[in-house]
Structures are given as structure tokens and as C-alpha cells.
Design a binder for this molecule. Structure first.
Ligand code: HEM
Length: 276
């Protein structure tokens, strides 16, 4: 089964094929690279403000200021980043539409975008505005956002040739938990992760030859799931152990973790469009 837009929207094929011959795709095409720079600058603004706000909810980073103060300073930036990335994305997309239409990674990216918007409004902006508190409606919206995020990850997993891009998401998750953990928990977490990385390197570079995919693929997939289990386990442990420190409770902290990762996933799917 393939999950590119052309697989479930075949009736759009003719419309997509002419998009680069009409406004705005035709005008953007000669300036594709310049507009793509705008796409990446928007990503920097969106990602940077999302990381600062959500890390504040997790209890690390700019902890000297109340979360509501950070919200006042950064909400304009995060919204500008989201608008900028969608507008520039639609413009470069219209000048190269067939590439997106035939891309499984693009399907994952669009589901990720939806999850990112939900999590950003329900968690990042709501919880920081209220200094870490989330009412029932925001909690339900956050769970909906999380469910959509899991669908996006499943789509990314199904996107052949692009799915190694999920290593970016695992790496980002690993680093966030490293920042969030403290004391002995951090030392144990780091030791377990370094031991796993060393074991993976030995297995994939010494034990099995570089072209022995019959063994390398299951080993790498096994480690990927192993890292996910360790990262989520220590992340949950830290969220529960730190209780309501720095204002936000365990639920909000775990949702803030997802609210950063959703943009990393969406960006990774965007980058891996090029490899599929
Ligand atoms: C309506 C929404 C969007 C559309 C239509 C869109 C479209 C595109 C297109 C056409 C490309 C160029 C792909 C290529 O030719 O290789 C691209 C690249 C990319 N996009 Fe998007 N995008 C959208 C939203 C996003 C979002 C929300 C993010 C991140 C959170 C994102 C991150 C990226 C990244 C990282 C690249 C790779 C740039 C590079 O490596 O040169 N995009 N996007």
C-alpha cells in the first residue's frame, strides 16, 4: 500500500499537472530557491519559539521568567512562523506540485502540520498563557493533537525511502529528555543511551558487513524501537518525578514534549521529500 496524495486523490492529477504553468506557480518557479529560504527561515522562527515555550513548560531553559511572560513575548513569533511556513510552502509547492502529489513523505508532513497546529494552540500557547495550567477543553484538544501526531508518525513509517527521517525525531526526543532530566536520573539515562549507541555501532559496523541488509535492517529497526522505549520511559519518569515543579504538571510536560517533537517530525518529513 502506498500513501502519496495521488493514491487517494487520483481525480486531482490533471489539476496538479498544470499548477506550475499558472499563477502563482509559474512566477515562483524561477525563484524557487529564494522562496525555499523563506520556508526555512519561517521554520527557524516557528521551531525556535516552540522550543523556548515548551521547554519552559517542561521546566528547563528560560525558567527565570514566568511562562505567561514568555507567552506575551513569543506568541506573535510562533504564529508568524506558522503562517510563514504555510504560505511559503504553498507557493513553492505550487511551482513543484507533482513532486508533492507523488510523495508519501508529503502525506506524513501534512498530517504532521495539522497535529502541530492543534498541539501549538491547545498546549504551547494555552498552557504558557496560564502559567502551566490547562482546562478540560484544552486537555481534550491536546489528546486529539497527540492522536493526529501518532497518525502522522505511522504515515512517516509507511513512507518508503523517506522513513529513515524518523531518526531525526528520535534524536530530538533523546536530547530533550537529556535536558529535562536531573541528577542521578540524567546519569543513568545517558549511560543507557551511550551503551545502546555503542552496541548499535558494533553490530552494524563490526559484526555485520556494510551490505548485509538482511541483518542490518532488523538490527537498526530494533534499536530504533529500543531508543523510543528508553526515551519515553525516562521522559515519563522525569515528568512524574518532578511533579508540579516549575508550574506545569506531568500531563502538560509530556504534551509540551510532543508539541516540540511534532514540528521536528513535520520538518524531517519536509526534508526527506527530497530523498524519496
Ligand atoms: C502547506 C504546507 C507546506 C507545503 C505545501 C510545503 C511544501 C514544501 C516543498 C514544495 C518543499 C520542497 C521539497 C523539495 O523540492 O525537495 C518543502 C521543503 C521543506 N519543508 Fe515544507 N511545506 C509545508 C509546510 C512545512 C512545515 C509546516 C514544515 C516544518 C515544520 C516544513 C519544512 C520543510 C523542510 C525542512 C523542507 C526541506 C527544505 C530543504 O531541505 O531544502 N514545511 N516544503
Amino acid at each position: 500500500m502506498t500513501i502519496a496524495p495521488q493514491d487517494f486523490l487520483p481525480q486531482l492529477a490533471d489539476w496538479v499537472a498544470q499548477l506550475d504553468d499558472v499563477f502563482p506557480g509559474k512566477q515562483i518557479k524561477p525563484w524557487f530557491a529564494q522562496w525555499e529560504v523563506g520556508h526555512l527561515l519561517s521554520l527557524a522562527v516557528l521551531g525556535g519559539s516552540s522550543i523556548l515555550l515548551n521547554l519552559r513548560l517542561i521546566g528547563v531553559g528560560l525558567t527565570d521568567e514566568p511562562a505567561s511572560e514568555l507567552n506575551r513575548n513569543l506568541r506573535g513569533w510562533i504564529i508568524a512562523g506558522m503562517i510563514g511556513i504555510v504560505v511559503t510552502g504553498l507557493l513553492i509547492g505550487s511551482s513543484n506540485a507533482e513532486r508533492l502529489y507523488t510523495s508519501e513523505a508529503f502525506t506524513a508532513k501534512m498530517i504532521g502540520l495539522l497535529a502541530g497546529i492543534i498541539l501549538t494552540f491547545a498546549v504551547t500557547l494555552t498552557a504558557t498563557r496560564n502559567d502551566g495550567a490547562m482546562g478540560p477543553a484544552a486537555r481534550v484538544s491536546a489528546l486529539v493533537g497527540l492522536a493526529v501526531f501518532l497518525v502522522a508518525i505511522s504515515a512517516f513509517l509507511m513512507a518508503k525511502l523517506a522513513n529513515p527521517g524518523l531518526w531525526h525525531v528520535i534524536s530530538a526526543g533523546a536530547l530533550i529528555v537529556l535536558f529535562a532530566t536531573r541528577g542521578l536520573t540524567r546519569i543513568v539515562y545517558l549511560t543507557v543511551m551511550l551503551a545502546m549507541i555503542a552496541a548499535q555501532q558494533v553490530l552494524t559496523h563490526v559484526v555485520y558487513k556494510f551490505d548485509d541488509y538482511a541483518h542490518l535492517d532488523p538490527v537498526n529497526k530494533g534499536f530504533a524501537w529500543g531508543y523510543v522505549a528508553v526515551i519515553l520511559g525516562f521522559g515519563a519518569l522525569q515528568a512524574v518525578a518532578s511533579g508540579r515543579s516549575q508550574a506545569a504538571g506531568p500531563f502538560v510536560k509530556l504534551m509540551a514534549f510532543a508539541a516540540i517533537l511534532v514540528w521536528v517530525m513535520t520538518a524531517a518529513a519536509g526534508r526527506w521529500l527530497a530523498f524519496a
